[in-house]
Design a protein around this ligand. Sequence first.
Ligand SMILES: C[S@@+](CC[C@H](N)C(=O)[O-])C[C@H]1O[C@@H](n2cnc3c(N)ncnc32)[C@H](O)[C@@H]1O
Length: 219
Amino acid sequence: MQTMQKSLDEIYQENLQFWDKAWQRVSKPHKELPKLPYIHELTRKLKKYQVKKVLDLGCGSGWLSIFISKYGFDVTGIDASKPAIDLGKIWAEEENLNVNFLACDLLNIPFKENSFDAIVCNSVLEHFRFDQAKIIFETIHKILSEKGFLFGCFDKVGTGKGEYFELEDSTHIYTDEIRKGMMLRNYSDEELKTLMKDFDILSFDKNSYGSRLVWTRKK
Ligand SMILES: C[S@@+](CC[C@H](N)C(=O)[O-])C[C@H]1O[C@@H](n2cnc3c(N)ncnc32)[C@H](O)[C@@H]1O
């Protein structure tokens, strides 16, 4: 394990550069849906609770935003990587769907209070330090409407091969060629529940890969 010689800000910027480079290598939207059974249940719940406006946090090239928008929801997808957002825009245009894709950092979400009825987030929180995750959850709480919903899939990560050094809060910073700069942090169940202290947890399930599928409602 190497020791940390860079500032937290430099490390964070390098993480953003990692994502930009990763998405720059993708030349067209990958349209095959991941095999995640929960997504069908998710749209059923959004319909049941008469959700209209949905925000997809860290949407990548937009598969979840696109999927949800096909059910008639008003969807906004945000991601720090402009190349990813550009792919989402191309995809939405090709399918004649009206999804609002926007490049922005989750630490600087530009929406006002009560902007969304539901927020979804698939495999994104794992790329933030714990102190940053707290900021994101505070923002999510603010921009959700009264009794708005939050659905998150939080993966079990950091157990595979790879070279990295660790920050004080156990965030891994990868140094190997493939993931150089990427931040990755494994969140325990308890930490997730702490982050969601201002939400009622409606269900907290684990799939066979150890991912936590969490469905919550703003208190
Ligand atoms: C593992 S991918 C998941 C993408 C998508 N949610 C999915 O399910 O395929 C993580 C995503 O988080 C984005 N991301 C990383 N750091 C971010 C940040 N600070 N702000 C916004 N998006 C970020 C990356 O660009 C990447 O698209």
